[in-house]
Design a protein. Sequence first.
Length: 418
Amino acid sequence: MTTKQKQAKLIDILTYTVLLIIISAVMLTLFYRQTTGGETGYWSDMEAYILEMLGVGSKYSFPYPVLFRFAAFLHLFTTPEMAVALATMLLNALSMVIIKLAFQYLLGKEMEAALPKCKWLAGILISILSLSLFYISMVYPPQGIYLPGIKHTYLGVFTPNPFHNATYLAARPFALLAFFWYAKLLPVYEQGYGGKWKNPISGVSLRDYVLFSLFLLLSTMTKPSFTLVICGAAGILMVYRMIRSGFRNFLPTIQLGCCFIPTFINLLYQYSGVFVPEPGEEGGIGFGLATAWKHYCDNIPLAVGLAAGFPILVLLLNYKELKKDMIYRFSWQVFGMSLLMLLFMHEKGFRLLDLNFSWGYMYGIFFVFVGSLIVLIRTTATKAKHVGLLILEWLAYGWHLLCGILYFANIFAGNLYY
């Protein structure tokens, strides 16, 4: 590594560290206000999370302990409110670090090639763009303007960054790791690892399988919403490939399928504690077209467009990238599965109006934004598209980002999130 490369890397690290500290301080302020200001604003489930951490119990059941155990450890050194807020902030910050590292790995060389005279700027741009993903939201009109069938800014439309839900934010770093590791295994898992520690042809090692299984389990044990989506998408893909190959890839498919076993066991445990109804009550999972969603939205196609307008535009202008880019294609498969689950599945009984399948859908929105932004950065760096189309795509992303910043500012001020 040359002196200039070392200087560029140092500038990038320092810039990103400063940005991360500032953003984390702001997020910690919001989360702490949510833990202490439930009656005067800052609505969230933080009060219930504190009770769960303390083991006091509440009217809610949380059979996914990672956030609460982490907060309980921090509680040894601080107040219950600060412990939960700090745990949420740290896990949310971990997501930002993972995205930065992923973007640097996937896009670093292309960005440096696009900026040969100031390579130090490449890392800074990647830092800013990767961090911007954590402030995008659904698109919504100015106050006083109403769209047909859209009852709320957030509720019924949804956002990739629900700042009011700590368990979603806490599970996201593990969901990101599971997503990227599965995307790493997907192109090569059919070659297997041949019973060896590492397959010299595919480059896949037993460690990759173990890490994917671990990250998926941690995501499930923090909030199971993403797990349901990725398991559905991955299961369909693997079964389709096995049938298409005439079952010639049966053994490698079983090898990868074994990675899901710890998560399935944990899901069964969670199901027994939450979804099994009390005597005389209706419970479990039901099926129907928008049975739960229609309570909050009368125009679902428009709601999908408002939530994922930028990815849809990128898809229309870059559909050929679906064949070239595994991460981009898988992000759309995850989004499609999350949309189908929200559209056709619901929890029965008193949980119907909780619309809990929306959390998986929000993960789907976030990941399709990740995949779409990777494609846009790459096509911009390589000048693969007409400049007018690139500007149009960046304007669409900027619209989501502007709405997201305003949405965050509204929540930060203590106003309702929906």
